[in-house]
Design a protein around this ligand. Sequence first.
Ligand code: PGA
Length: 257
Amino acid sequence: MPDRTPIVGGNWKMNTTSETAASLAAGLAADLAGISGCDVVVYPPFPYLAAVSGPLREVGIAIGVQDFYPATSGAFTGEIGMEMLTDLGVRTVLVGHSERRHVIREPEDLIAEKTRTGLEAGLDVTLCVGETLEEREAGQTDAVNLRQLRSGLADVPATVLDRLVVAYEPVWAIGTGRTATPEDAESAHLAIRKGLEDLYDEMSAKSVRIQYGGSVKANNATALFEQPNIDGGLIGGASLKTDEFLAIVQAAAGPAS
Ligand code: PGA
């Protein structure tokens, strides 16, 4: 089986100010220096990206963006294009986060375009999928995840999958303090991995990392990350506290870190 290095993302969402972003970045850089056995990506808000990149990159933390527009540059008022990402040295993008799907009402075809264009341009793309509470209660969890996976990966060739991460984030678990049980999360991850195998092949499916997201905290991270198909986490609220985030990264990295 391919070795999958766990990956932990810290999604700051629309939080922090220039001052708190700088002190959070300085704290993370100090705490996470020397961590091994886990890839770490931080997604700051755009206005603070340039300011916080330096200290984070110095200790090997990758900088990602929470969203982007799938064009190089041009007449797209209010958007951030791929030339700007390259200019800022950003190599990682989040696509299809639940808040963009459900709050900002981003449609599935735009999510698919962002995934394909980002991967084609050489970016690392984390494609987020996940069911609402209503869908879970109707027994639709796997069907929804597989639909979002298929649609998000439309026209994405197997040759770029080494730069794809899938994040399973049940909508009802995000920011609610309600986490999926490790067993429920593992079952959804396994279904997603089988979905990747159906879309591509067994080797590709086994190589793609699948993160869990939704109220991951220091006290529940280990039980989630111990599951065989959970390859780290995408962290919202707890990524704004250095000690919590460090403990989550350590849980993913394992005892050797
Ligand atoms: P949360 O957010 O950890 O605050 O639940 C997770 C996410 O939205 O990625």
